[in-house]
Write a protein of this length. Structure first.
Length: 83
């Protein structure tokens, strides 16, 4: 899609898990997009911890809550500090 739609300058990336979303984030980075032009929202949080801990921001911004029964996107920092 990135190659087919060069007119699109901002991308929202969602997927069935963090790995899928991170693949999309890496693909957009590979095409020259900056973190400010990408919003990636994963599911699970498994890969989110290391991604959100990076010194350099990426297009990965968050994931649904810490518990499986929580179905809203919350601040990862709040999730890890307050449970």
């Amino acid at each position: 899609m990135l190659v087919q739609h060069p007119e699109v300058k901002h991308w929202l990336i969602v997927g069935m898990n963090d790995s899928t979303v991170l693949g999309g984030v890496r693909a957009t980075e590979g095409q020259g997009f900056k973190a400010a032009d990408i919003i990636g929202i994963g599911i699970n949080g498994v890969d989110a911890v290391s991604e959100l801990s990076k010194a350099q921001a990426t297009g990965f911004y968050g994931f649904p809550g810490c518990q499986a029964r929580t179905y809203m996107v919350i601040s990862p920092a709040k999730c890890f500090t307050t449970g």
